[in-house]
Design a protein around this ligand. Sequence first.
Ligand code: DGL
Length: 255
Amino acid sequence: MDRRQKPIAVFDSGAGGISVLRELVRLMPNESYIYFGDSLNAPYGTRPTDEVRQMTIDNISKLVDMGIKEAVIACNTATSAAVRPLRAMYPDMPVIGLEPAVKPAAEFAAGGRVLVMATALTLREEKLRALTAKYADKVQILLLPCPELVEFAENGITEGDELDSYLSEITSPYIGGIDAVVLGCTHFPLVKAAIKKAVGDVPLFDGGEGAARQAMHRLEKYGLLTDAEEGSISFLSSLKGKEELYRKLFYSEPG
Ligand code: DGL
């Protein structure tokens, strides 16, 4: 098979990567995608880094065996744990990772405060520490781990009283004192409307669009963009029945 016509794999611990898949399809509608969520093992963000690294490597390796031309790790947590070894394992294939959108948030909020919402693993790992250090002279960065928020999105709960009161409880110490919010977990754009309600008139930044642009540029560089006239998406999950949720989230209106 012509390598250009092979699918792009989009991987997440569960449903979160759907927010990245939306951006990819918006930019490259004629590509074929395999979306795989490891919902059986989600959440990843509360696990030890070594465990997440191994699970991510195993899952991406299975996707590579299916015959893909690019792997998008549509998960900040899995990227923090495993993007380096995966790039070393697959030097001939573009491996795209997700990075919390600290740069645009810091540029927007220069002189002020940025709240980074993410998983505990993302917040303690090197990738975020390096980003925080890079922008330390520009903004004050506050870190907020939100494991329950992953669970809401993972279970398809994108609105409602329970979600609203959880969000208002965790964000209340920051209200009035922040100038930008980074959604540093791909599950969070799925509940963007509820987050907006909680934080009010503060802009939200996420890394989905940037990662999609990078995925396209890398394919261009490798000469791997498809010339097909129509795209396709296969939704796969390690947890039987979750494919339906992924499909539903993908085709629903983002908040
Ligand atoms: N979607 C993942 C991320 O972007 C995390 C969710 C999880 O904890 O499994 O960080």
